[in-house]
Design a protein around this ligand. Structure first.
Ligand code: 6PG
Length: 245
């Protein structure tokens, strides 16, 4: 596995780098194939999506992109908590991606049945590698508690299951979530963490400096064995990182 840590002066510079990475990888997708990406929710991706829509709309061949989600809240797609709604409003309403290439998790459905349905959708549309769906890219955020996607502390079993998606629960709000499992995330070709803000600096430092007990944190178990792991941080979130490269 290749791991890289990049720290930027601000979220806009981080967004430009991420967009350039995305453009390069989509451009490199063989003719006739699709680039498959699982999106994250959260405030950082929202800002990044807005930048892509504003500055890079015409540099991406959207016909080559199939979009999925790494996690979704079990809410209506019209809810202001919906990761789908956030991505739709900040990106997809502004770019010419074919609607049939956007595969949202149906947060409004029964969580258990939707976790199975969505796993089948991913298995159908995402290329297989070693008989497991392999996303070209998975975007991830980082919670202050060390969660990523909707894998929260205490649910490290989601890194052991053979399933592609599982039902999870936010530890404070008890909101049901549907989340990609650790196995699916770690099977991706590229995993990109996008983390900004002072509030994340302690957790980022704990994980990237491999401090005591970091192995109990879901985000520290993200390890795409046959792929690349990229941490994109702004200077606030990355203030405690000893060895960016
Ligand atoms: C979600 C995300 C979650 C998010 C982190 C960071 O559905 O909320 O997938 O994992 O990425 O909580 O969120 P912020 O970027 O808003 O801090």
């Amino acid at each position: 596995m290749e791991k890289s840590i990049k720290i930027f002066d601000n979220i806009n510079e981080l967004a430009v780098f991420f967009a350039s990475l995305l453009i390069m990888k989509i451009h490199g997708t063989p003719e006739g194939q699709f680039f498959t990406i699982a999106l994250s929710g959260g405030s950082t991706p929202r800002a990044v999506f807005q930048q892509i829509a504003l500055k890079f709309r015409d540099q991406i061949d959207w016909k080559k992109v199939k979009v999925f989600w790494g996690d979704e809240r079990c809410v209506s797609p019209e809810s202001n908590e919906s990761n789908y709604r956030m991505a739709k409003e900040s990106l997809f309403d502004h770019v010419p991606i074919p609607a049939g290439q956007i595969f949202r998790i149906r947060g409004e459905e029964n969580p258990v049945s939707e976790s199975y349905r969505y796993a089948e959708v991913v298995a159908k549309h995402v290329y297989m590698h070693d008989n497991i769906a392999q996303f070209d890219m998975v975007m991830l955020g980082l919670g202050e508690d060390g969660h990523t996607a909707s894998i929260f502390p205490g649910r490290l079993d989601l890194f052991k299951t053979d399933k592609l998606f599982e039902v999870a629960e936010h530890p404070v709000s008890h909101q049901k979530r549907i989340s990609a499992t650790g196995g699916l995330i770690n099977h991706a070709r590229t995993v990109v963490f996008l983390v900004t803000g002072e509030s994340k600096s302690t957790m980022v430092s704990k994980i990237l400096n491999e401090k005591a007990d970091c192995e109990k944190l879901p985000a520290s178990l993200v390890f795409p064995g046959n792929g690349e792991l990229i941490w994109l941080l702004d200077d606030k979130a990355g203030s405690g990182v000893r060895s960016p490269n």
